[in-house]
Design a protein around this ligand. Structure first.
Ligand SMILES: [Zn+2]
Length: 278
């Protein structure tokens, strides 16, 4: 079974200074992965509070140096007889105020795969908490899903829907799982869109761990429903910002997928779908 980690951050991400393309690539080889993608952050909108607290100017990376570094590392590894497929990716932070800049970035560059995500909404970063104030868990999770749904229909030009349940990671509620049964109509629409457009549903293994003592879990009913509707394209992503998180919990995720009847994992090369047997 060959697995690809399709969601990794490198030194080119604003929050990726703890690792590098080379370190994470070497870790991927050590972990027995077949390949990995660097999908550095590209968020044109950054909430004021976060920018001030972290002294941030931008959460956008320079594509050309990142891709040149990927080429360099790929050549070095091949020279050592340890060839590894390294994909050139981007994680686009979708936001209604930045449509023009996003389009321009995607038009001006070539990527293997594009992850579409939402990190900020209502001008707020859920990580810093304010997002949840005055909202019930149902409102907070529902509004996040609706925002991805609205933005991904606008974007269209992407391959993987990133961490759809990101909003649960930092939430203050006892509900630590975004469940199919609570948002079935909306999730059905989103899954149908992915299926009809040949896009992947991401299992983001960073989400499923304890946050502030709360263990966030993935609702398998969402995967079952995807399967039932004909969905087969699943992307595994560790969302690593440290080399030792590359491929984190992938064997467990792959076993779970097999047990639910999935036969493949997916990644994209030059924007073309590649499926590998589980
Ligand atoms: Zn993300």
């Amino acid at each position: 079974m060959v697995l690809f980690d399709n969601h990794n951050h490198s030194q080119f991400s604003f929050d990726g200074k703890r690792t590098s393309v080379e370190k994470s690539a070497r870790q991927a080889i050590a972990s027995g992965l077949g390949g990995l993608a660097f999908t550095d952050h590209c968020d044109f909108f950054v909430p004021e509070m976060k920018a001030a607290q972290e002294n941030l100017v931008s959460e956008v990376f320079d594509v050309a140096p990142q891709q040149a570094e990927i080429d360099r590392v790929q050549t070095v590894l091949a020279g050592e007889g340890r060839a590894l497929k390294i994909l050139k990716g981007i994680e686009v932070g979708m936001h209604e105020d930045c449509h023009e800049q996003i389009r321009k970035t995607l038009k001006d560059n070539r990527f293997d795969q594009i992850i579409a995500s939402v990190h900020y909404l209502d001008g707020i970063d859920p990580f810093y908490g304010g997002y949840y104030e005055g909202k019930t868990w149902r409102e907070a999770y529902g509004h996040y899903l609706e925002t991805i749904w609205k933005e991904m229909r606008w974007l269209e030009d992407f391959d993987i829907m990133g961490h759809f349940d990101y909003v649960v990671r930092y939430a203050p509620y006892p509900e630590t799982c975004l469940r199919y049964r609570d948002f079935c109509d909306l999730l059905d629409e989103m899954l149908r869109y992915l299926i009809h457009n040949g896009k992947a549903l991401e299992i983001n293994t960073k989400s499923y761990q304890p946050y502030h003592g709360r263990e966030v879990t993935l609702d398998k009913d969402i995967l079952c429903r995807y399967r039932e509707m004909g969905g087969e394209i699943i992307s595994l992503g560790s969302d690593s910002h440290d080399a030792d998180r590359v491929g984190h919990n992938f064997v467990q995720a792959a076993e779970m997928l097999k047990s639910l009847g999935f036969r493949w994992t997916a990644h994209y090369e030059s924007r073309k779908l590649v499926q590998l047997p589980l």
